[in-house]
Every structure is written in structure tokens, then in C-alpha cells.
Design a protein around this ligand. Structure first.
Ligand code: ASP
Length: 434
């Protein structure tokens, strides 16, 4: 097949053209035109992906758990999955802390830039702070209470409630195993048929991916540029050390942790792994949502990496909801950066608090764009750093969100490959097809 007929190349071309169009549009003041005539295609694409995320999580997890059939297997796989997810996130936060303490981006931020950023993003920062106000006021066990829904339809009505839906689906899967065979079989057949249907819908949606990605990237650029395109560069310039710290941290994490895990615990070669999940990574980067990317992540894991449906149905929906290494790493770097810029010295105790709260906060972060910065406020509160400091980093958050979401998705697939290999359910096809 000619290379340009392969979907990942088409997506890459969509991204490149979107970047080009975004820059030209920003320079020529076509912001309104882009918002009216280009951005809607990005929104439609994103809505389509979000539309199937919830049905996919429900059907996959119920089938995934129910097909594990014996509880020994379920608890073994569940234990390994959650253990590996939490461990990789804790390592991600530690890498983030090491990098930010070595580079010290906050100390390098000139006072006048600080004042400018604070003045410019203050209003937006206050809005987000108010959003977390209620979160702060609640008791220590509130996150646990939040996981348990009191109305299925209430939870299923918003992608932000994915953790509640994960809880319900796990419960339903476990209960289904205990139902009598003659009743269980038809229920299982219907749910797995629905899962198949959702996967087919994913195929159809992905045909639209190159155009959707083009529109998403172009509108992200024109939105950031606003009235004055040169401000993207000057913003990136003034926060260059901070952005660099996040990006170096993300790269180190991917190279050391994921590549290490894959090399030692799976038969996959590194180029093979990246070729197989390229589509999911590109989509995560352009949508900034690991929830919206989930259908494609599952498709890549099953068809190209050769992970069994049994493992991917269980491990990936769980990962998209609770495993966010990129987000946790970014939260650690951002928290220390804001502390440094505010002239606050963080003790070792405060840094350990960051590790604990960032791991928990990333579990509770919704898999949607911009969720990470809201949970960052909780970390800042925990270490007594003024939450208003997020004004310093808001301007570049979307770009870093794209990068951390790509790492979140890479982490989910790496762990899935490791779990599948350990369960002897990883059977890579001979040649990865496009
Ligand atoms: N956008 C990220 C995700 O969906 C979450 C975040 O860090 O904001 O994975």
C-alpha cells in the first residue's frame, strides 16, 4: 500500500498542514474565519470520539472482567495492573522533581515577566481556583465517596465521571460472573456485541481523523495567538525553561521507564512498539484527551501490538481513567516551578507530599483537555504554595497538555503490553498493518 494511504501518515499530514494553516491564519488575522469555518470540524471530530468513549468503557470493562471468569485470575491481573500503574506514576513524579530541581526554571523567571503573566492570566486563574474551591473543603475520604455513583445515568451523562463508570462496570462484570450460566450467556453476548459495534464506529470515525486533526491544530494555534501572533513565541520564550523541564522529564520517563519495561518484560522491539501505537499517540497529542483517544488506543493495542481482547478490554479503559504519568510528572514540575517563582523553599517533606498528592491527583484527573491544571491546585494547597500561581503557567498549558496526554497514552499501552506478556496474551502480528 502506498505510504500516503496509511492512516497514520494521513493524520501526520493533517497535523503538518494544520500547523501551517494555523500560523498563516494567525499572521493574517484570520482568527474569526478559522473559528467559524475550520474549528467546527475539530469539535465535531472530538465530539464523535467522546461520544463513544463512555459506551466503550462500559462494554469493554464488563466483558473484560466477565471473561476473566475466575476470581483468582481477576485479582491477579487487577493487582498487577493497578500496582504497575501506580508504580510508573510514582516514578514519573520523582523524575519530574529531579528535573525541575536540577533546572530550577522558577529561579530563572525574571520578575517583570512574572508580573506580566500574573496580570494577564489572573482572571482565568481565579476562575479555575473557584472550580476547585469545593474540592478543597471536603473531607479526606471524599475522593473515595466520589468514585461511587448514586445514579448510573447521572454518571454516564458526563465523560468527567469516567471513574464512577469504571467502578460500576467493574462491579457489573464481577456480578455477571456469578449469574447462572443460562442467564449470563445472553447478557454477555449482547454486551460483547455492543462492544464490537462501538469498535466498528471507531473505524468510521477515524476515516475523518486527518481533517479533524487539521482543524484541531489550526484552531489551537489561532486561539493561542489571539490578536497578536508574536505573543505565542514571546510566551514560549519567557517560559522556555519551564516548558523544557516538563518536556525533558516526559522524554526521560518514556525512555527510561517505558522502554525499560518493554525491553525487559516483553518480546516487543522499541521501533515496533512505537510504530504500532503511533496513531494513538498522534491523536492524543492533537486532542489532548486520553479518554477521547481510548477507542483508537484499544484498536492499536489489539491489532498492531497483538494484545488479546481479554487484556486490552480490562487494562486500557482502567488506564485511560486512572493512569496519567505525563500529567503527574507535569504537576510535579509545575508545582515546584510556581514555588520557585514565588520564592518559596520546598523542604524534603513538601517534596514527598508532592509525590503522594500528585499520584492521587493524577488518578482523579479526568481524561479531558486541561483537567491536569485544575488538580494541580490541590497539590499547591497541600504544600502551602499560593494557588494563584497557576496564572504563571496557564498561557502554555495547552501545548504541554498535548505532550503529557501523548505520554499518558504511551504509558497505558506500555503497561498493557507488559501485562499481556506476563499473562501469555501478547501475540504480535508478523507485519504491522496500517
Ligand atoms: N489532558 C490529559 C488527558 O486527557 C489530562 C490532563 O493532564 O489535563 O490525559
Amino acid at each position: 500500500m502506498a505510504w500516503y494511504k496509511q492512516l497514520h501518515w494521513q493524520i501526520l499530514i493533517g497535523m503538518a498542514l494544520g500547523t501551517l494553516f494555523g500560523v498563516v491564519a494567525a499572521q493574517n488575522g484570520w482568527g474569526q474565519f478559522t473559528a467559524d469555518w475550520v474549528a467546527p470540524f475539530g469539535t465535531i471530530f472530538l465530539n464523535l470520539l467522546k461520544l463513544i468513549a463512555m459506551p466503550l468503557v462500559i462494554t469493554s470493562l464488563i466483558c473484560g472482567v466477565a471473561s476473566l471468569s475466575d476470581f483468582k485470575k481477576l485479582s491477579r491481573m487487577g493487582g498487577k495492573t493497578i500496582g504497575l500503574y501506580l508504580a510508573t506514576t510514582a516514578v514519573a513524579v520523582t523524575i519530574g522533581l529531579l528535573v525541575v530541581n536540577a533546572i530550577k526554571p522558577g529561579d530563572r523567571l525574571p520578575d517583570e515577566t512574572k508580573a506580566q503573566l500574573e496580570a494577564k492570566y489572573q482572571a482565568d486563574a481565579t476562575k479555575r481556583q473557584e472550580a476547585t474551591e469545593t474540592v478543597k473543603e471536603r473531607g479526606p475520604l471524599q475522593p473515595l465517596i466520589d468514585m461511587v455513583p448514586d445514579n448510573f445515568f447521572g454518571s454516564a451523562s458526563s465523560n468527567r465521571n469516567m471513574l464512577q463508570i469504571v467502578f460500576f462496570s467493574l462491579l457489573a462484570g464481577i456480578a455477571l460472573v456469578q449469574v447462572r450460566e443460562e442467564k449470563r450467556r445472553p447478557v454477555f453476548e449482547v454486551i460483547s456485541g455492543l462492544q464490537e459495534l462501538v469498535i466498528r464506529i471507531t473505524f468510521l470515525i477515524m476515516l475523518f481523523a486527518p481533517i479533524g486533526v487539521f482543524a484541531l491544530i489550526a484552531s489551537t494555534i489561532t486561539n493561542m495567538a489571539g490578536e497578536d501572533p508574536s505573543q505565542i513565541l514571546s510566551l514560549l520564550g519567557s517560559l522556555a525553561w519551564y516548558c523544557l523541564a516538563v518536556i525533558i522529564g516526559l522524554l526521560l520517563h518514556a525512555c527510561i521507564v517505558y522502554l525499560g519495561l518493554l525491553k525487559t518484560l516483553t518480546p516487543l522491539t522499541i521501533p515496533r512498539f512505537f510504530r504500532s501505537i503511533g496513531q494513538a499517540q498522534l491523536l492524543a497529542f492533537s486532542t489532548s484527551s486520553s479518554g477521547a483517544t481510548l477507542p483508537v488506543t484499544m484498536k492499536c493495542a489489539e491489532e498492531k501490538l497483538g494484545v488479546s481482547r481479554e487484556v486490552s478490554s480490562f487494562v486500557l479503559p482502567l488506564g485511560a481513567t486512572i493512569n496519567m504519568d505525563g500529567t503527574a510528572l507535569y504537576q510535579a514540575v509545575a508545582a515546584v516551578f510556581i514555588a520557585q517563582a514565588s520564592g518559596i523553599d520546598l523542604t524534603t517533606g513538601a517534596q514527598i507530599t508532592i509525590v503522594l498528592t500528585a499520584v492521587l491527583a493524577s488518578v482523579g484527573t479526568a481524561a479531558v483537555p486541561g483537567a491536569g491544571i485544575v488538580m494541580l491546585i490541590i497539590i499547591l494547597e497541600a504544600i502551602n504554595v499560593p494557588a494563584a500561581g497557576i496564572a504563571l503557567i496557564l498561557g502554555v498549558d495547552r501545548i504541554l497538555d498535548m505532550c503529557r496526554t501523548a505520554v499518558n497514552v504511551t504509558g497505558d499501552t506500555a503497561v498493557t503490553a507488559v501485562i499481556a506478556a506476563s499473562e501469555k496474551q501478547l501475540d504480535p502480528p508478523p507485519v504491522p498493518n496500517a
